[in-house]
Design a protein around this ligand. Structure first.
Ligand SMILES: Nc1ncnc2c1ncn2[C@@H]1O[C@H](COP(=O)(O)OP(=O)(O)O)[C@@H](O)[C@H]1O
Ligand SMILES: [Mg+2]
Length: 232
């Protein structure tokens, strides 16, 4: 599902205004398949806005966003909802799991929403939980899991539909340093087997460990970009 030019994300002159502020002010950015791009910057600089636009959770005021060959501006609301379910996986700081569902059902639901049968969805969900080392916790509810386990469930959910792009907004922000490191290792492993990654983080170490490129956003603009050498 990648394009001829190998580009997974292309933002061109993206601007996002809210009623009383400008969150993004002319952002252009390309991400190729297999890259891991970390976005850093002060609080309020527009990082989450950027991620939410790429995820199709919101629309820009102007400029274009193409993800996996689809120009999000061409999609209807329904098309955008399908895009969110099928093409991108998203991980949040506070996990955003459903409290009333088991770990397994939280993960399986992501595929059921795209029309996969419950039995098939549960089979794949169990495989993913197993790969992430938490299959033994599958019948527990989020409240019964540690923060690190919850985030691994959220990663499994995000991977359910084999997304072209994995988006993570402060994925270690609510975790103790040990669990944060485990999630960080997980993201690194996923990128090393080819998963394209766009992640927002305050954590310089996470950025350096996971990312092939770090983008610094200040006041809604890309202030600088640095490429990182990786020695696996
Ligand atoms: N839904 C919203 N309505 C109004 N203003 C918003 C909204 N979301 C973000 N903003 C504003 O946009 C700017 C960027 O926010 P955000 O993208 O959340 O920054 P960051 O994630 O870097 O902390 C801030 O000034 C914030 O107050
Ligand atoms: Mg944010």
């Amino acid at each position: 599902m990648t394009n001829d030019d190998n580009s997974v994300v292309q933002l061109t002159a993206v601007r996002k205004e809210y009623s009383d502020s400008v969150a993004l002010d002319g952002v252009s950015l390309g991400i190729a398949a297999g890259e891991a791009v970390a976005v850093m910057g002060p609080s309020g600089s527009g990082k989450s806005t950027l991620l939410n636009l790429v995820a199709g959770l919101d629309r820009p005021t102007s400029g274009s966003i193409v993800v996996n060959g689809e120009d999000l501006g061409d999609l209807t609301e329904k098309g955008l909802a399908l895009f969110r379910r099928r093409r991108v996986g998203m991980i949040f700081q506070f996990f955003n799991l459903l409290d009333d569902l088991s770990a397994l059902d939280n993960v399986a639901l992501a595929a059921q929403l795209t029309g996969t049968s419950a039995a098939k969805a549960r089979t794949r969900a169990l495989e993913l939980l197993d790969e992430l080392g938490i299959a033994g916790r599958r019948n527990l509810h989020p409240a019964q899991l540690s923060g690190g386990e919850r985030q691994r469930v959220a990663v499994a959910r995000a991977l359910m539909n084999r997304p072209a792009l994995l988006l993570a907004d402060e994925p270690t922000g609510a975790l103790d340093s040990r669990s944060g490191e485990q999630v960080m290792d997980l993201l690194l492993d996923l990128n090393q087997i080819g998963q394209t990654l766009l992640l927002v983080t305050h954590d310089e170490r996470l950025a350096k460990q996971c990312a092939t490129r770090v983008i610094h956003v200040v006041d809604g603009r890309i202030a600088s970009t640095s490429d990182l050498e990786h020695t696996p």
